[in-house]
Design a protein around this ligand. Structure first.
Ligand SMILES: Cc1cc2nc3c(=O)[nH]c(=O)nc-3n(C[C@H](O)[C@H](O)[C@H](O)COP(=O)(O)OP(=O)(O)OC[C@H]3O[C@@H](n4cnc5c(N)ncnc54)[C@H](O)[C@@H]3O)c2cc1C
Length: 312
């Protein structure tokens, strides 16, 4: 590899503007971004994450970093000039049209990303940090890495994981057995998803015409995962002693994914991918590994946000 190639960063910033807005449902807004360099953004598909740098009042995105080490540049700015950063999923990418779709959950003006999305208009400017097509190696930034011989796939998450899960489902090969569980705020948030044969998709709306009071966030998904895992083929025996570090989700991030060396290892057991509110994911982690007997190297657990805490 040449010295020049080694200097190309795996991730870089892209100056973009909103080219289209589509309200998919009460809780989801699809924002299509376009930018002159987006043809050089190379998402890997699946649950590819990117960073969105949101405008600052009065300064917009004029302070957003543009250099090779975007994060160091951002950190070096005085706090009041640092654009807020939040993590989102690439729902779809069309490099030839220099476009990326991101589906934002609208949860009110309680955080900079949701507040921005609630008011978003065509031509609004933000910056994205995404994988760089010019980088000579793998750019990563996704966690969907099931072993080729998994007996069954279990994919579950709340509304923030819906964009990732829909992208994963639509990329699965036909005939791959998979159980997919998605908890969303209301029945109107059930979105169309093109699931191949063999994939069973269940939407779990918290608020329906029949519900007087919606259940707590995550309660429906938790119950559905516990039920679904009992029926997964190829599980090992429960191992209550399986070592699990305690994760304090109030202090840190819950992000436990198979180590690189475990990826692709033959297991012939189930593979599970779970994402959403961290307080919901944490007990499911314990259940799947210690009570349901899933191999810890075959489960990805990701806290996408934390109730009552900003994600910064
Ligand atoms: C890898 C990854 C991929 C993600 N992909 C997506 C995606 O594609 N679409 C998406 O919408 N989100 C996605 N998220 C989640 C998103 O980053 C968080 O919801 C983030 O907190 C939103 O930022 P904010 O500025 O709106 O709120 P913050 O400033 O982070 O938080 C402010 C308040 O809002 C609350 N809050 C945050 N999110 C929600 C929510 N969804 N519902 C209710 N209350 C909430 C917080 O608890 C806090 O009290 C992803 C997260 C990760 C880690």
């Amino acid at each position: 590899m040449t010295v020049e190639a080694l200097q190309v960063p795996a991730y870089r910033t892209f100056a973009v503007r909103v080219s289209r807005l589509r309200r998919l449902s009460p809780s989801f807004l699809r924002v299509t971004f376009t930018g002159p360099d987006l043809g050089d953004c190379a998402p890997n598909g699946w649950d590819q994450r990117i960073k969105v740098l949101l405008p600052l009042a009065g300064r917009g995105v004029s302070d957003c970093p543009t250099g090779a080490d975007w994060y160091a540049e951002w950190r070096a700015l005085p706090a009041e000039r640092r654009n807020p950063i939040r993590t989102y999923t690439v729902r779809a990418a069309r490099p030839e049209a220099r476009e990326i779709d991101v589906d934002f959950v609208l949860h009110g003006a309680t955080g900079p990303a949701s507040a921005w999305a609630e008011q978003a208009a065509v031509e609004d400017e933000v910056a994205l940090v995404g994988p760089n097509a010019r980088f000579p190696g793998p750019t990563g930034g996704f966690e969907w890495r099931p072993p080729a011989d998994a007996s069954c796939l279990l994919v579950a998450g709340d509304e923030t994981a819906v964009p990732a899960i829909c992208a994963i489902v639509e990329s699965l090969p036909a005939g791959q057995p998979a159980r997919v569980l998605l908890e969303v705020p209301t029945t109107a948030d059930v979105l169309p998803v093109a699931a191949p044969a063999g994939v069973e998709v269940t939407w779990l709306p918290r608020r329906t015409a029949e519900t007087a009071a919606p259940p707590a966030h995550g309660a429906l998904l938790t119950a559905a995962v516990v039920r679904a895992v009992q029926e997964l083929p190829g599980r090992a025996r429960p191992s209550p002693q399986a070592a699990l570090d305690d994760v304090d989700v109030d202090a840190g991030i819950l992000w436990e994914v198979p180590a690189d060396e475990a990826v692709g290892r033959a297991t012939s057991g189930p593979y599970a991918w779970l994402a959403g509110e961290a307080g919901m994911v944490k007990p499911l982690r314990r259940h799947l590994v210690q009570e349901a007997g899933l191999d810890r190297g075959s489960v990805a657990f990701m806290g996408y946000w934390r109730q009552g805490k900003p994600s910064n």
